[in-house]
Design a protein around this ligand. Structure first.
Ligand SMILES: [Zn+2]
Length: 263
């Protein structure tokens, strides 16, 4: 890899504690140095389908599109939703077809999204449970913008560099291609006219879930997580190069303060 997957810059530097990942000095996206191997996708990262449908106030007949999310789509199809599976891996595409899902086997990028949009199909709900395995996040952001219906929303999950780097939790990143922070993701989406609306910890494996749409709104818990990223230093290159001497301490005091605010 010579160019940043997020912004195309060639100014990449090592991330402290790992030889597998580099960070971009321009946009701060943490990313795998070499091409990643594909692994099984944890569709459960987004949580229960019912919750996702409720949150987005979707009833039967709307289109739910999933990127490497066949198990969730199978449930959605059972509940009367139109579904479309975008599968990036041949083997997984075969399994999705065998399960009776309509499948497009393609890389989730701008070309595919334009083709789908031109066909008149736009997603009311787009599920990307393994956003961290996407090799071209800039292309994915462009794809999100062209595939979402005007009032549609995307639900994604990914392992965050703001969680992985200070804890040295590299085992949790073994299947990831990129480790965005909410800050980096927000900037990437902003360029495509999209906004982060909500985010929450998924409770394990340093995963975050985030909701995205064209609307400019921000829940309290998203604001809290963004503030936490800022406080631990994840907005600065020093955070990734080991220049922040006591990240763990900063994180602890941040958590303690947050706990103090709640009580
Ligand atoms: Zn970059």
């Amino acid at each position: 890899m010579v160019e940043c997957r997020g912004c195309g810059s060639r100014d990449l530097a090592p991330v402290v504690g790992t030889e597998t990942f580099a960070y971009c000095r321009r946009c701060l996206l943490v990313q795998r140095r070499a091409k990643s191997s594909s692994g099984r996708v944890a569709a459960s990262a987004l949580g229960a389908l019912d919750r996702l449908l409720d949150r987005n106030r979707l009833g039967p007949g709307r289109l739910v599109v999933g990127v490497d999310a066949a198990p969730l789509l199978a449930q959605a199809a059972d509940q009367g939703f139109d579904v479309l599976a975008i599968e990036q891996d041949r083997e997984e595409a075969g399994k999705a077809r065998a399960a009776g899902l309509p499948v497009v086997e393609a890389h989730f990028g701008p070309e595919l999204a334009r083709a789908l949009a031109a066909s008149g199909r736009r997603a009311d709900l787009l599920l990307v449970p393994a956003f961290g395995r996407i090799a071209d996040p800039a292309g994915a952001a462009e794809a999100l913008a062209s595939i979402l219906s005007p009032d549609g929303s995307a639900e994604i999950a990914f392992a965050s560099a703001a969680e992985i780097v200070p804890q040295g939790a590299w085992a949790a990143a073994r299947n990831e291609t990129i480790l965005p922070t909410l800050f980096v993701l927000g900037a990437l989406l902003e360029g495509e006219g999209l906004h982060l609306n909500d985010a929450a910890r998924a409770g394990r494996h340093h995963l975050l879930r985030a909701s995205i749409s064209t609307e400019r709104r921000c829940t309290g818990r998203l604001a809290g997580l963004l503030e936490e990223e800022r406080r631990v230093g994840a907005h600065s290159a020093r955070f990734y190069s080991g220049g922040v001497p006591d990240i763990a301490g900063a994180r602890r005091s941040s958590a303690e303060e947050a706990a103090g605010i709640r009580t």
